[in-house]
Ligand binder design. Structure first.
Ligand SMILES: [Zn+2]
Length: 445
């Protein structure tokens, strides 16, 4: 067994006193994008110490309460992140690609809309662009998730009581908020929002409203980031800001917070197991931070789920009755990052490979990889990275016995995790729209 390290997140400032308003419940909703059941099993084995016989439980095991179906309203039975996000945000089934609109393309209210109308404090913290499909469905309305600039505009332009809907916005997406045709950050500042552009300066955000966009598009993958626990850090900051705001306000406003471990899905699309486990670790630490907050502020409900699964991840592949968790644990970079580093060190790529993966390749495999690396041109174009990266990931899958069935999503049910006030409401089998409806019932005048 191994104790999870919470990294540098030791400055835990929540006071023992709970938030002032005991009649209204805080709601924290965390989406693990693409996090099917095999991801939480893989994470349990990944974080376990192989030196001991028993497998340690994870925070996912401790909070597991139910299962949810995820299908979209378009007969495909396999949802995309937009339709699933609209289901989770608004309680409405819709077509793939839809952001906050129903099957007839009519805008529908999200739980964040409801919370804001009831004068809750509201926040979003994600590791993708803040206007990516999942968070977008809580704020915006669009027929296409690809309308990124239009969706970003709505974060400022759609108002409730004359103010933007979201008091705290943390994640990536500078490219969509600071554009030639419009500088939304300037406009947010004019409305009293503070702005930070570097996650290292998260501590500079002292009060609401605030916006922090820490990358042009999505934030760096956990395995490539100098802040691998960035969702955990943003979550801790959000809870701290809400807690302090409630303390200052004599009425004590409750809050609604949407969190997303956005990039589990991206690692799944890339069929990159080490990448996925890096994101899972950030999500697990995020849940530990939330649990600590709720233990001190019990008037809070927390629900986590996935919007769908991605990649058809299997533990064991090609007939093998085996999954080599410790080999996954030894890999310290994503497939594309390993490829880039191998191509940048052509003369001693074997040493670099060994350092980054700890996997010993057979002679013929070394020859194959050597040929790919040496064919790549000096400036390592994206095509070269993807060619070498594909071979790298094939060897990682082979030596970890990891399987994938698709580069897309899959339609099986996903888990529901809950903690706090009335967590039993989320137990058993339900549809993803039921999760939204039940959470909306917590939001009251
Ligand atoms: Zn996806």
């Amino acid at each position: 067994m191994r104790k999870l390290t919470v990294g540098l997140l030791v400055l835990f400032t929540f006071s023992a006193a709970s938030l002032a308003d005991e009649t209204r419940t805080n709601v924290i909703f965390l989406v693990g994008d693409g996090m099917g059941v095999s991801y939480t099993t893989a994470y349990r084995l990944y974080q376990d110490d192989p030196a001991t016989t028993e497998v340690d439980r994870t925070i996912f095991d401790d909070m597991l309460v139910g299962m949810a179906s995820t299908y979209a309203d378009d007969h495909s039975l396999v949802t995309d992140s937009a339709a699933a996000a609209t289901a989770l945000a608004c309680g409405v089934k819709t077509f793939n690609g839809a952001i906050g609109v129903d099957s007839q393309h009519n805008p529908v209210d999200s739980m964040l809309d409801k919370a804001k109308r009831l004068d809750y404090l509201t926040g979003i913290a994600v590791t993708s662009q803040v206007n990516h499909a999942t968070p977008a469905a809580f704020v915006a309305h669009a027929d296409s998730r690809q309308s990124y600039d239009k969706i970003a505009d709505q974060y400022l332009d759609l108002r409730i009581n004359e103010k933007p809907k979201v008091d705290l916005i943390l994640g990536g997406g500078q490219a969509h908020f600071i554009r030639k045709d419009r500088n939304l950050i300037k406009e947010f500042r004019a409305l009293g929002y503070s702005y930070e552009s570097n996650i290292k300066n998260l501590s500079r955000i002292k009060q609401l409203p605030a916006i922090g966009l820490f990358s042009k598009l999505g934030m760096e993958p956990a395995l490539e980031s100098s802040n691998p626990l960035r969702l955990s850090e943003m979550t801790e900051k959000s809870l701290d800001l809400f807690h302090n705001a409630a303390k200052k306000n004599p009425d004590g406003k409750p809050f609604f917070l949407l969190l997303e471990a956005s990039q589990i899905d991206w690692c799944g699309h890339a069929n990159d197991i080490a990448c996925a486990m890096g994101e899972m670790h950030d999500m697990a630490i995020t849940m530990i931070i939330i649990k600590r907050f709720i233990d001190k502020n019990p008037n809070t409900i927390f629900v986590a789920t996935a919007d769908h699964s991605t990649g058809g991840l299997s533990l064991g592949a090609k007939g093998q009755y085996q999954w080599n968790a410790s080999n996954v644990k030894s890999i310290s970079a994503t497939g594309p990052d390993i490829a880039r580093q191998l191509m940048a060190n052509k003369s001693n790529w074997r040493t670099v490979w060994q350092t980054l993966t700890h996997i010993k390749l057979a002679d013929d495999e070394q020859k194959t990889l050597d040929a790919f690396i040496n064919q790549a041109d000096e400036n390592a174009s994206d095509i070269n990275v993807s060619q070498v990266g594909t071979q790298v990931l094939a060897y990682i899958d082979k030596y970890t016995a990891t399987g994938w069935t698709t580069k897309g999503h899959t339609g099986e049910d996903v888990q529901i995790f809950s903690y706090g006030k009335g967590k039993q409401n989320f137990s058993g089998a339900m549809d993803n729209t039921d999760i939204a409806k039940k959470l909306m019932n917590y939001l009251n005048p």
